[in-house]
Design a protein around this ligand. Structure first.
Ligand code: T5A
Length: 205
């Protein structure tokens, strides 16, 4: 089974994706936890290029092709082989990030984004996607508390992130059976429980 987590930077996806992986392991399941971009030698090298603030001049088409190249490599080397062994694959971001960030955020033509996603994924999509929805004001406050510097993608500005959030909401409406919006303004434990109950029916069906 393939499950992805989506949301804006700092929305708590990684925390929840890791908790889900731990819970599934405690139920005796084989689980592979991955983050995008990354997860193979080639994909990790592409990640460094994409997040490096030295590369502020990267063109939008280079950006989408690099995210997609990292994904194609991860699917071929890691995700498909794991799914063939009946492993649970939990991915912190997947191709919905490309639609939200490069399509809605950067403003690339959505048909072009769709075609690139189709080529990179070869039609492989998660059974369920959890979208953790958190207001941008809360994300800014979490980021300030963390004291961490912004990477290249995080330097896009407030309007960029508002467009991305609208993109995710659009995707939730377009694919309501796959993508589940969860209000991320709750405690880590309350979210963990809600996500588990949302996914429980998927695990047993
Ligand atoms: N990108 C990626 C694209 O543009 N296109 C693509 O196709 C893909 C795949 C990746 C960047 O690349 C972009 C999106 C990104 O900008 P990244 O470094 O991998 O960047 O970072 P993110 O995926 O954005 O993840 P982050 O690690 O920054 O944030 P998360 O995973 O959303 O959040 P998390 O769990 O690390 O939590 C963030 C902070 O909030 C706290 C945590 O303790 C942590 O400090 N927190 C909570 N606080 C209050 N309440 C809760 N419920 C909380 N849950 C967590």
């Amino acid at each position: 089974m393939f499950i992805s987590f989506e949301g804006l930077d700092g929305s708590g996806k990684t925390t929840q994706a890791q908790l889900l992986a731990e819970t599934l392991r405690s139920h005796g399941r084989d689980v592979l936890f991955l983050r995008e971009p990354g997860g193979t030698e080639i994909s990790e090298r592409i990640r460094e290029i994409l997040l490096d603030k030295k590369h502020l001049h990267m063109t939008q088409i280079s950006e989408i092709l690099l995210f997609s190249a990292a994904r194609a490599q991860l699917i071929s080397e890691v995700i498909r082989p794991a799914l063939e062994k009946n492993c649970f694959v939990i991915c912190d971001r997947y191709a919905d990030s490309t639609t939200a960030y490069q399509g809605f955020g950067r403003g690339l033509n959505l048909e072009t984004v769709r075609a690139i996603n189709a080529a990179a994924t070869g039609g492989l999509w998660p059974e369920k996607t959890i979208f953790l929805d958190v207001p941008i004001s809360e994300l800014i406050s979490r980021r300030e508390k963390s004291g961490l510097p912004l990477d290249r993608m995080e330097s896009g500005g407030l309007e960029f992130f508002e467009r991305i959030r609208q993109g995710y909401l659009h995707l939730c409406k377009e694919e309501p059976r796959r993508i589940v919006r969860i209000d991320g303004m709750r405690s880590v434990d309350a979210l963990r429980q809600e996500i588990w109950s949302v996914l429980a029916s998927t695990f047993t069906s």
